[in-house]
Design a protein around this ligand. Structure first.
Ligand code: GLU
Length: 328
C-alpha cells in the first residue's frame, strides 16, 4: 500500500482510449478498474489519448471521452487536458519518439523494411494462419530484395517497417488471467511497427508511451491479451522495463455476446446527457466487477476501500437490460 510496485518504481497506471467514438460501458468499466487499482495503493493515474488511427477518429470524441470520465468521478494526475512531466499525452503529437525508436530498431537489425501489400501477405501465408488478426507474416522481406524495393520505390510506394520476431514462446504472468504463453513467431510473425504511411503502429506507440510515462501497471480489456507478448518483445528489444499486465474480461450484452452497437447500450456520454445519476452508473459498473450490490449508488472514491483484484469476476461481465437504450 505504499504506492510502489515490486521493482520499487512508483506505482503508475493509465487509461488510453482511442477517440474513435464515445466510451461504451465496457470501456468505462475498464477505466474505473484501472483507476481503482492504482488509487487503492496510492499510485498515480495517467490519461493518454491514442489518436494514431486518423481515418477512424470522430471529431469531438476525445473531448467527450474526457468529459464523461470526469462526470463518472474519475480523475487523472496527468493527461491531455491537465499536462504533466511526460507529455504531450496525445499520441499524434509524439511522432518524433516513435521515429527515433524505429531508427534504433532498424540500425540494430531488429526491424526491416517490408514492401509487401496486404494482398501479397495474404496470398503467401498458409491457410491455417488466417485468424482474426489477419494472416501470419510469411517473412517475405526478412531478406532484402533490393531490386523489388527499387521497383516499388519508383512507383512512389513506401515500405512498412516490421519487427523481426525471434522464435519461441513469450511467457508472462498476467495479474488477472494468470500465466500466459504465446508464440508470436508462430501466430503473428514479424509484425508492423510503422505503417507504410509513416505512422507508428499501435504495438510500438503503446510500448514507447507506457515506458516514457513510467507506467508500471497496464490494466486493460482482455481483447488486448494477445497483443501483450508482441509488446513484451518490443520492451525487451528496446531495453525498457516491462510493466505488470492485468487484463480484465470484457462486458457482454444480456445475450452473452460482446457488447456491440446492436445491443443498443447507451454510451457513457449519452447517460450523462440524459441526466442519469453518475453514482448509479458507477454502481452498475462496480456490480459488474463484484464490487457492489445491485442498485447501489457509489462514487469511484467510495469503491477504493472495497478494491480487491480477486473479486473481478474472471468471466465476461453481463450488462443488465436497464442500461440498454429504450429503443433497443
Ligand atoms: N487505445 C487502445 C484502445 O482504445 C487501448 C490501448 C491499451 O490500453 O493498451 O483499444
Amino acid at each position: 500500500m505504499d504506492g510502489k510496485d515490486a521493482t520499487s518504481r512508483p506505482l503508475r497506471g493509465r487509461f488510453a482510449p482511442s477517440p474513435t467514438g464515445d466510451l461504451h460501458l465496457g470501456n468505462a468499466r475498464t477505466a474505473l478498474l484501472a483507476w481503482l487499482s492504482v488509487r487503492a495503493r496510492g499510485g498515480a493515474f495517467v490519461l493518454r489519448m491514442e489518436d494514431l488511427d486518423k481515418p477512424r477518429e470522430r471529431p469531438g470524441a476525445a473531448e467527450r471521452i474526457l468529459r464523461s470520465l470526469r462526470w463518472l468521478g474519475l480523475d487523472w494526475d496527468e493527461g491531455p487536458d491537465v499536462g504533466g512531466p511526460f507529455g504531450p499525452y496525445v499520441q499524434s503529437e509524439r511522432a518524433a519518439l516513435y521515429d527515433e525508436a524505429v531508427r534504433r530498431l532498424l540500425d540494430a537489425g531488429l526491424a526491416f523494411e517490408c514492401w509487401c501489400s496486404r494482398k501479397e501477405v495474404t496470398a503467401a501465408a498458409s491457410a491455417p494462419h488466417l485468424g482474426e488478426e489477419g494472416p501470419r507474416y510469411p517473412g517475405t522481406c526478412r531478406v532484402p530484395d533490393p531490386l523489388r524495393a527499387a521497383e516499388r520505390r519508383a512507383q512512389g510506394r513506401m515500405p512498412a517497417i516490421r519487427f523481426r520476431v525471434p522464435p519461441g514462446p513469450v511467457a508472462f504472468e498476467d495479474g488477472i488471467c494468470g500465466p500466459q504463453r504465446i508464440d508470436v513467431s508462430e501466430q503473428v510473425g514479424d509484425f508492423v511497427v510503422r505503417r507504410a504511411d509513416g505512422v507508428a503502429a499501435y504495438q510500438l506507440a503503446v510500448v514507447l508511451d507506457d515506458a516514457a510515462m513510467q507506467i508500471t501497471e497496464v490494466l486493460r480489456g482482455d481483447d488486448l491479451l494477445s497483443s501483450t507478448p508482441r509488446q513484451i518483445l518490443l520492451y525487451e528489444a528496446l531495453g525498457l522495463p516491462v510493466p505488470r499486465f492485468c487484463h480484465v474480461p470484457l462486458v457482454v450484452g444480456p445475450d452473452g455476446e460482446r457488447l456491440a452497437k446492436r445491443h443498443g447500450a447507451s454510451t457513457l456520454f449519452e447517460l450523462m446527457e440524459r441526466g442519469e445519476d453518475p453514482r448509479a452508473v458507477c454502481g452498475a459498473l462496480a456490480e459488474l466487477s463484484g464490487l457492489a450490490r445491485p442498485g447501489e449508488r457509489l462514487t469511484p472514491r467510495d469503491l477504493v476501500p472495497r478494491w480487491d483484484p480477486e473479486r473481478i469476476l474472471r468471466t465476461p461481465a453481463r450488462l443488465q437490460p436497464r442500461w440498454l437504450a429504450q429503443s433497443a
